[in-house]
Ligand binder design. Structure first.
Ligand code: TYD
Length: 138
């Protein structure tokens, strides 16, 4: 499978009666080296996050607690992924507009990314994203 396609990646799950454990190490499980990790939490009911695309950054998004939806748009069609398992991650390559919504109470959205934070890597203008994506699809 083309590694630059969005997809759910199953992560190792160490079953244990004391509680389960999942890990990500270097790029053994995911197709990039992790440069940064961030997480969002205390998201009020009904709120939407995201609403941008990245030029270079690759991401793995994990619902480490609770559930939420990630809606991906490649310029032609939308696909919604419901994340609710701490042992699965959604791989998002560059060039996808994403919104995150439907956060359950107490949910935590953990994101591993391939680049340090840089506002230059963001496209936050939806109309500009659509123009660039249309060119890409031509
Ligand atoms: P933003 O990109 O709007 O969050 P999201 O799109 O995931 O809902 O980021 C919110 C603020 O946090 C914005 O001012 C940029 C800042 N920020 C950092 O300083 N470092 C980071 O790694 C991230 C992801 C955001």
């Amino acid at each position: 499978m083309d590694c630059k396609q969005p997809r759910i990646i199953s992560l190792p799950k160490i079953y244990d009666p004391r509680g389960n454990l999942t890990f990500v190490q270097d790029n053994d499980q995911i197709p990039f080296n992790i440069a940064r990790v961030y997480w969002t939490y205390d998201v009020p009911a009904g709120e939407t996050r995201g609403a941008h695309s990245h030029y270079k950054s690759e991401e793995l998004i994990v619902a480490t607690g609770g559930s939420f939806n990630v809606n991906l748009f490649d310029g032609e069609s939308w696909e919604t992924y419901t994340l609710n398992r701490p042992f699965e991650g959604l791989y998002v390559p560059p060039g996808y507009w994403r919104t995150l919504d439907n956060f359950s109470s107490g949910s935590v959205c953990l994101v591993m990314t391939s680049t340090p934070y840089s506002e230059d890597d963001y496209e936050r203008d939806y109309e500009k994203f659509k123009r660039l994506a249309t060119k890409r699809h031509e």
